[in-house]
Structures are given as structure tokens and as C-alpha cells.
Design a protein around this ligand. Structure first.
Ligand SMILES: [Zn+2]
Length: 282
């Protein structure tokens, strides 16, 4: 019987392989993706920048839905590193305001049903000056609050995870009033145990080592590639066939039975993103 295969972090672009990549994913056994918006090549200080960026992601999603069968959940939000570009041009205070406006606009799109999830949002994954990190954390806090109000999940881009920083994110979620389980850590390692993730939901990068280790600890996680669909860097990051391959390996090696794979590839995304958005179409 065909198993559910969900890739929880995929970027696509019109000038990349786009629909072709998703058709390959589907051919290889993929059944659903979280499509995450990318910054667009336009002036981020323009008042309509974020609105245009989200509208483009929504058009990409619509095209995928029209030409493939898979479930497509759409995440939109200001990319955390956009703060740095903006700060160079407008100063940090104005950059933070523009980012907060971007968060608000994303929440409006989600509330009226144009998109499903707030993400990827958060803070730079490398060292930045303290004031930039503080501004990023205020934006992250606003993201958690907006996601709580919109009743949606929030997908975080941050530095590499450790149990300590996952605990700090969990406390941040508590203060913002969002359930820890609605906060997804993108680019996570095998932090599947509750004492490792403190309730934050791990989206595990699909290297064989991570995936096998995660599966040995439980089923409360999802898998992701962070496919970037960049024609200039065709071999960068993981290929679109990686998650289907790992699910097959988990099944064939006996590391996961059918019910565990249903949990990872179907129940988990359905619980986080909504049952009407993850459908068994096969
Ligand atoms: Zn990403």
C-alpha cells in the first residue's frame, strides 16, 4: 500500500524546475509538501513588497494544485535575513517596522484563507550584532502572537538547534500564548524526545543519519529537504527525491512500521496544518 510522504520545507521558483520538480517528487512517491515563500527580486523597502511576495507564492501554489495531485500547504512570511538587507538601507529601527508590517500582512493573508502557515520567520542563523538579534527576537515574538491570533502554525528559521535553545523558544511561545506544538523548528536535527525539544515541533533535515536517529526515538517529527530549486546551484542542498527515498528506507529496513510512517507523513502535518489541507488523494 502507498505510504504518505510529506516534505515539510520546499522552496520553488518559476525560473527553477518548479512544476517539473514537484512532478518528480510525486513520481517518486511524494504525497504532500509545505511550500515556503522566497524573497522576490524587488526593492524590499517598497510598501507593497511583502504583499507582492506573498501573492507570487500563492500563484505558485495555485499552479501546483492545478497540475499535480499532491497536498500543498503554503507558508508565507518575511524571510529573517531580509531584516539585514533592510537595515543597511533604512537603519535598523525602520527595518524592524517594515518587517513587523510584513508579519501583519502575512497574518492577514492567512486569516482570509489565501495562505496557511506563517513561515519561515525567525532570526539569523549566524552571529549578528546584539541589537540585530534583539530586533529579530521582537519580530519573532510578533510572529508567534500573530500565528496564535490567526490560529495557524509558525515555522521558524533560527540558529542550529540545541535542547537549551529549544527550551528558550518554548518559553517564548508560552509568553506569546501559542501552543508549543504549533511552533515548528525548521532545519532541526534528531531532537525528537520531549526533553530535547520541550514541545517545539521538530522538522528534521532528511540526512540518513538524522532520519534514522529521529525514527529510533519516536514519531513526533516531520521530514524536510529545504529544496531551493535554484538553477544557478542545481546540486545545492538536498534533491527533491530525498524524503520519498528516506521513507522507503525507513520502511524497508524495518525501522518504522506502517502506522509510524502514517504518523510522520500524514497525521503530524494534518494536526499542525489542518485536516482539510492534508488529503489522502491516492
Ligand atoms: Zn527555507
Amino acid at each position: 500500500m502507498k505510504l504518505p510522504v510529506f516534505d515539510n520545507h520546499v522552496h520553488l521558483r518559476r525560473e527553477g524546475r518548479f512544476i517539473e520538480a514537484v512532478k518528480e517528487f510525486e513520481r517518486k512517491g511524494g504525497t504532500g509538501i509545505l511550500l515556503v515563500n522566497l524573497p522576490i527580486p524587488s526593492d524590499a523597502t517598497r510598501p507593497d513588497y511583502f504583499d507582492s511576495m506573498y501573492a507570487e507564492a500563492e500563484r505558485l501554489r495555485d499552479s501546483l494544485k492545478a497540475s499535480t495531485h499532491i497536498s500543498v500547504v503554503l507558508a508565507i512570511g518575511p524571510y529573517p535575513l531580509t531584516l539585514l538587507d533592510l537595515a543597511e538601507r533604512t537603519g535598523l529601527a525602520r527595518a524592524e517596522e517594515l518587517m513587523l508590517k510584513g508579519v501583519e500582512t502575512a497574518a492577514e493573508h492567512i486569516s482570509c484563507g489565501k495562505a496557511d502557515v506563517l513561515g519561515e520567520v525567525g532570526r539569523p542563523h549566524f552571529d549578528v550584532p546584539g541589537e540585530v538579534m534583539e530586533a529579530s527576537n521582537r519580530i519573532l515574538d510578533a510572529c508567534m502572537r500573530e500565528a496564535r491570533n490567526a490560529g495557524c502554525a509558525v515555522v521558524l528559521h533560527t540558529e542550529d538547534p540545541t535542547p537549551g535553545m529549544m527550551g528558550a523558544l518554548a518559553l517564548m511561545a508560552d509568553r506569546a500564548g501559542i501552543r508549543r506544538g504549533m511552533v515548528v523548528k525548521h532545519h532541526c536535527t534528531d531532537l525528537v524526545l520531549d526533553e530535547e525539544n520541550h514541545g517545539i515541533f521538530p522538522s528534521v533535515t532528511a540526512s540518513r543519519e538524522n532520519v534514522f536517529s529521529a525514527a529510533s526515538k519516536g514519531t513526533r517529527f516531520m521530514l524536510e529537504t529545504d529544496y531551493i530549486d535554484d538553477p544557478a546551484r542545481p546540486g545545492a542542498f538536498m534533491g527533491i527525491g530525498t524524503v520519498p527515498r528516506r521513507v522507503r528506507e525507513l520502511s524497508e529496513s524495518g525501522r518504522c512500521d506502517e502506522s509510524a510512517l502514517w504518523k510522520i507523513g500524514f497525521e503530524n502535518p494534518a494536526t499542525l496544518y489542518g485536516r482539510d489541507r492534508i488529503v489522502q488523494w491516492w
